[in-house]
Design a protein around this ligand. Structure first.
Ligand SMILES: NC(=O)c1ccc[n+]([C@@H]2O[C@H](COP(=O)([O-])OP(=O)(O)OC[C@H]3O[C@@H](n4cnc5c(N)ncnc54)[C@H](OP(=O)(O)O)[C@@H]3O)[C@@H](O)[C@H]2O)c1
Length: 247
């Protein structure tokens, strides 16, 4: 029986992905900063483990607690929306600590066991903004673009050891906690000069033509984790699939 470790399982895509792999018969290590067992199925195959991807001690402790894993899903991430000139660099750096360096640190921590066993899969959750960068998300897009390049390169490097590295690129899901998981209020990051430009963009967020569901992302992660072909990218959700086809 295979074991998957997923980061950021307290809500949204990570929570649904943990449920999906459990329903598929896998052992699941559902990690989150503040562990909550009650949101996941009670089962011998479901373990909830504390993990903050920005803290290397926390990463080491979580991996020591869960034993060998077959698949790592780097899902944890935070958002940051607003005009780039108004974004305090301290928040841009925090964004990269989670979305970019957190993914790299988690990946680096599991490579030795995957390489030694000549098996294993790393699935990195980025975003459809990497397929079509959108305004008012420059830092966020950059944090995810960095992981796209990282993943593409690493896929070659670890392919030499039969370790697979994949990308899941979800579209926009207003139903997750993502829009609220920023320390900054969006209004603070839209200077007056940008108000007319930002208004229609935010109106588009409020009434999207197509949205991604948590189940779309869970299914895409499942496909990526089980894929034995050389396919790198797995867009998730109708909006992401449309962007991938257009790009
Ligand atoms: N929703 C969208 O529209 C959308 C679109 C494209 C891509 N994505 C990406 O999809 C992924 C999941 O997002 P979501 O929409 O499911 O949002 P979400 O509901 O806010 O879930 C994000 C998860 O990341 C966790 N997290 C944040 N910082 C962390 C850290 N330092 N260490 C460990 N966990 C941390 C959060 O846990 P806490 O409870 O501890 O805060 C939460 O469980 C993210 O990588 C996001 O960038 C989202």
């Amino acid at each position: 029986m295979k074991t998957v470790l997923i980061t950021g399982c307290s809500s949204g895509y990570g929570l649904e992905t943990a449920r999906h792999f459990h329903a598929g018969g896998w052992n699941v290590v559902a990690t989150m900063r503040s562990p909550r067992q009650d949101i996941l199925p009670r089962s011998e195959r479901m373990r909830v483990v504390a993990l903050d991807v920005t803290n290397e001690d926390s990463i080491a402790a979580a991996l020591a607690a869960c034993g060998p894993i077959d698949v790592l899903v780097n899902n944890a991430g935070i958002g940051l929306v607003g005009a780039f000139e108004a974004m305090p660099m301290v928040h841009v750096r925090k964004l990269f600590e989670t979305n970019t360096f957190g993914v790299m640190a988690m990946t680096q921590a599991v490579i030795p066991q995957f390489r030694a066993r000549r098996s294993g899969v790393v699935v990195n959750v980025t975003s459809s903004v990497t397929l079509a960068p959108m305004p008012l998300a420059a830092a966020y897009t950059a944090s995810k673009m960095a992981i796209e390049g990282f993943t593409g390169s690493l896929a070659h490097e670890l392919g030499a050891f039969d370790v697979r590295v994949k990308l899941v690129e979800p579209g926009y899901a207003p139903s997750t906690r993502f829009a609220h998981n920023t320390e900054l209020r969006v209004g603070d990051l839209i200077p007056e000069a940008y108000a007319g430009f930002a208004g229609p963009i935010f109106a588009g967020f409020a009434t999207p033509e197509m949205v991604t569901k948590e189940t779309d992302v869970a299914e895409a992660v499942w496909l990526a984790a089980n894929d034995v072909s050389g396919q790198l990218r797995f867009p998730a959700g109708p909006d992401a699939v449309a962007l991938a086809q257009a790009s």
